[in-house]
Write a protein that binds this ligand. Structure first.
Ligand SMILES: C[S@@+](CC[C@H](N)C(=O)[O-])C[C@H]1O[C@@H](n2cnc3c(N)ncnc32)[C@H](O)[C@@H]1O
Length: 292
């Protein structure tokens, strides 16, 4: 089958679930993943043929996308901070805005070789791995309650970059962030977290691909207590951040001031709300007070 025919057919299929322009982008992304073709291949090579066997496999993938399964679960990969991460339905698909959290740590925390970093609610490990690889020599510990998520995070294959840059693989730990901080982990220079923060009442605003396919455990908190994870993260900061240590958390854009108040109320200093590229209140950054 010619590539251009497959494109026409597949855009129709995926448009059953997404607006046509978005469906077209997803089709091109899948075709590049599966066959290495580019958006313009069918234009400059109108006779380009899909290799035998490829058509059936592609049609299956597009059917899955038409029933709202995210492209990243179909391909099993997602890109974050320029690196390829494995993803399964056990982990949240890393979001581009979370890259800003990593960027803030790199530019503002003062962390470097030998720094100790703790990532709570690590999921795919995208934050933990990014910081470990961007800061060779740093020691990163990362916590999640989901064994399946920890399996994905720990199984990310950056062994080549690790050995080339002398970075350390993050240490992945199963624990409940809502329980008491684990004093045995020691003291950290940096604390990061992108915990569950979507309120049940916000489900109505969410799309099928997220609601039906991404893990509930990664997403939702109750409307009665939407800041439960931030109070927990603040108590880990009180217990495990070194004096002067830097912290940053991703937040629900509707709860910026309230979330900042949790960290100020826990005694953190330099508490500030940071916006994402869309101008939404997306992060709260803070420091632990220095000893007087
Ligand atoms: C919003 S996802 C974030 C994943 C990843 N850090 C990212 O930015 O893509 C939240 C993660 O918190 C984990 N989680 C949920 N409840 C938890 C708990 N009580 N203790 C530790 N981790 C928890 C979920 O398994 C999920 O991986």
């Amino acid at each position: 089958m010619k590539l251009k025919q497959l494109i026409a057919e597949s855009v129709k299929t995926v448009s059953r679930c997404y607006p046509e322009e978005e469906a077209r982008e997803m089709v091109f992304a899948y075709l590049e993943y599966a066959f290495g073709t580019k958006k313009y291949t069918h234009i400059i090579e109108p006779d380009y043929e899909i290799p035998e066997g490829g058509v059936a496999q592609a049609r299956q993938a597009f059917d899955r996308m038409a029933s709202a399964e995210p492209l990243q679960y179909v391909t099993g990969e997602a890109y974050f901070y320029g690196r390829r991460f494995n993803v399964t339905p056990a982990v949240l698909i890393p979001r581009p805005e979370t890259e800003i959290l990593c960027q803030s740590v790199l530019s503002e925390s003062g962390a470097g070789k030998g720094s100790k970093i703790l990532d709570l609610c690590t999921g795919s490990g995208c934050i933990a791995w990014t910081l470990a690889l961007e800061l060779p020599g740093a020691e990163v510990a990362a916590v999640d309650i989901s064994e399946d998520a920890l399996g994905v995070a720990s199984g990310q294959d950056f062994s080549e970059e690790i050995s080339r840059t002398e970075s350390h693989k993050p240490h992945f730990i199963k624990a409940d962030v809502l329980a008491a901080p684990m004093a045995e982990l020691g003291q950290f220079d940096v604390l990061t977290s992108n915990p569950p923060y979507v309120m049940e009442s916000e489900k109505a605003l969410m799309r099928r691909n997220v609601l039906e396919h991404e893990p509930e455990l990664a997403l939702f908190v109750t409307d009665e207590d939407p800041l439960i994870f931030y109070r927990a993260v603040a108590s880990w900061a009180v217990g495990l951040l070194k004096p002067g240590g830097f912290g940053i958390v991703e937040i629900n854009e509707a709860l910026g001031a309230e979330t900042a108040e949790v960290f100020a109320g826990a005694g953190m200093t330099d508490v500030k709300i940071v916006e994402d590229l869309a101008g939404k209140e997306r992060f709260v950054a803070f420091r632990k007070k220095k000893n007087d």
